[in-house]
Design a protein around this ligand. Structure first.
Ligand code: ADP
Ligand code: G6P
Length: 459
């Protein structure tokens, strides 16, 4: 652990814990909130607000045991750094969608300048003994900027997303500069071996690199360490959430509306990486192939809008609106709709209650760094009568959750077959699979992740 040294966590998105948070903040904020509750430390990042001119003002707040230190960005910063380079360039590229990635020098310049400003502001807050832990693709150059300002602290980086294969990454015009910046960190963490392998592959092929023992990586004439740290959830807390009065009330409400049918559930930010279109099509196929399932099952898809200023997100939202309309138009009856498509967030307790009443959890991203929803679905189940997790083989979580029904999310047949198999699965097999999954979700929880990373970083 970090001993008595203070932990400073840095991420673009800082979610101050509030009751009824909107629920579209994603896995990073959920995990860091859990991790920070267990350490003394501060969480530094963007407030989510804009100001006309950058003023470097740091807003300190203390909320439920977590201290946040946030700064505002200008609308131009948001356009070039957040919506631009982070989410129009790196996010699609890191999720293997080079068809959606936009390469624009203005985005690159905005990304560099906001990282520099983050470094200048953060450097004022740092004590020499602090351990600094930076998160995600928005802040890859941060350590290099901090080092340029003379910061000598131990600095680690964790990537919550996939890392793309070499041939995809080299489509990024400044790929060498981006990867070289990672060598200013003392430790790099990845979610799954596939992403770590792609990173080391890049370094050996493109940067004249070498791999040493214990994760040492040399490249660009520099050295760092890279290792696997699969993120987990606060399993005990989520299990408790599933038994809370709010969860019970939600479960009761759901059971009344389920009325003896089986519910399939999906919960995802509305993002093209989540495979929602493919999931809807796979479900539609299942309905057409299994007419006896009509009026006996339904899919509840909860998908709060995310990154709404970006065209590719508006497009996926429009597509899903059309598709859900088509599916319901073709199959609905006066007393039954096959697809309930809901664009809002729910509290964690309400979500836990929803997961607990769903016979099948559909988690079918086309590509995902880890996917925490898969773990939350498992943690919320009733041990005596658990549901079945259908999980994409292209989510980092699939490396660990082998007893789920693993599917190819690009194949409608595969999705339809897995739904059929999950609905037909007898209770003893459901229990056997769930026990194995739950054991892993509990052991590899968020505390384990945080301790593993920080003890290695602290050296
Ligand atoms: P990502 O980080 O890409 O969004 P993850 O599955 O890793 O994907 O994490 C998503 C997190 O956001 C989970 O903790 C999930 O419970 C939460 N979440 C997603 N959708 C909602 C929603 N509609 N309401 C509340 N929480 C949500
Ligand atoms: C994913 C990313 C996070 C991000 C989250 C929500 O989990 O890995 O870095 O915070 O999505 O996206 P947003 O753009 O709203 O922060």
């Amino acid at each position: 652990m970090t001993g008595r040294r203070r932990l400073v966590v840095v991420s673009n998105r800082v979610a101050a814990p509030r009751a009824g948070s909107p629920g579209n903040q994603g896995g990073l904020a959920v995990a860091l909130e859990s991790a920070l509750k267990q350490t003394r430390g501060i969480w530094f990042g963007w407030s989510g607000e804009t100001v006309d001119e950058f003023n470097g003002h740091i807003r300190l707040e203390r909320n439920q045991g977590i201290t946040t230190a946030t700064i505002d960005l200008t609308p131009e910063d948001v356009a070039s750094y957040y919506e631009g380079y982070s989410n129009r360039t790196l996010w699609p590229l890191f999720h293997y969608r080079i068809d959606l990635a936009e390469y624009d020098r203005q985005f690159e310049a905005g990304y560099a300048s906001v990282n520099r400003r983050f470094a200048e502001t953060l450097a004022q807050l740092l004590d020499p003994d602090d351990i600094v832990w930076v998160h995600d693709y928005h802040l890859i150059p941060l350590a290099r900027e901090l080092r340029a300002l003379g910061v000598c602290n131990r600095i680690g980086f964790f990537l919550h997303t996939p890392w793309p294969p070499v041939r995809l990454l080299t489509t990024l015009p400044d790929h060498r500069q981006l990867v070289e910046a990672l060598f200013s960190y003392d430790l790099l963490g990845f979610q799954a071996s596939e992403w770590l392998d792609s990173f080391t592959d890049y370094v050996t092929r493109e940067a004249d690199g070498r791999l040493g023992p214990d994760g040492e990586v040399a490249g660009f004439g520099l050295k760092t360490e890279a290792a696997l740290f699969p993120i987990g959830i606060d399993a005990a807390a989520f299990r408790r959430a599933a038994q809370s009065p709010e969860a019970r009330a939600m479960a009761k409400r759901m059971r009344t509306s389920i009325a003896g049918r089986h519910m399939l559930v999906g919960v995802d930010r509305l993002d093209y990486s989540k495979g929602l279109e493919e999931r809807f099509l796979g479900y539609e196929r299942f309905l057409s192939e299994d007419p006896e399932s009509l009026n006996r099952v339904f899919l509840l898809q909860i998908a709060p809008p995310s990154r709404e200023g970006i065209g590719s997100y508006q497009e996926i939202r429009d597509k899903l609106d059309q598709l859900s309309g088509r599916i319901n138009g073709a199959h609905a009856e006066v007393d039954w709709v096959p697809l309930r498509y809901v664009n809002r967030g729910y509290s964690r307790r309400e979500l836990a209650g929803i997961f607990r009443t769903a016979r099948v959890g559909l988690v079918t991203p086309l590509r995902d760094g880890m996917n925490l929803v898969a773990k939350e679905y498992v943690a919320a189940q009733d041990a005596a009568d658990p549901g079945v997790l259908v999980l994409s083989r292209f989510a980092g979580a699939a490396e660990d959750l082998a007893e789920a029904l693993l599917v190819n999310p690009f194949s409608q047949e595969d999705i339809a077959d897995s739904i059929r198999q999950a609905l037909a699965m007898e209770r003893p097999e459901r229990i056997r699979r769930w026990e194995a999954l739950m054991a892993r979700v509990e052991t590899n929880d968020v505390a384990h992740w945080q301790k593993a990373f920080l003890s290695r970083l602290a050296g």
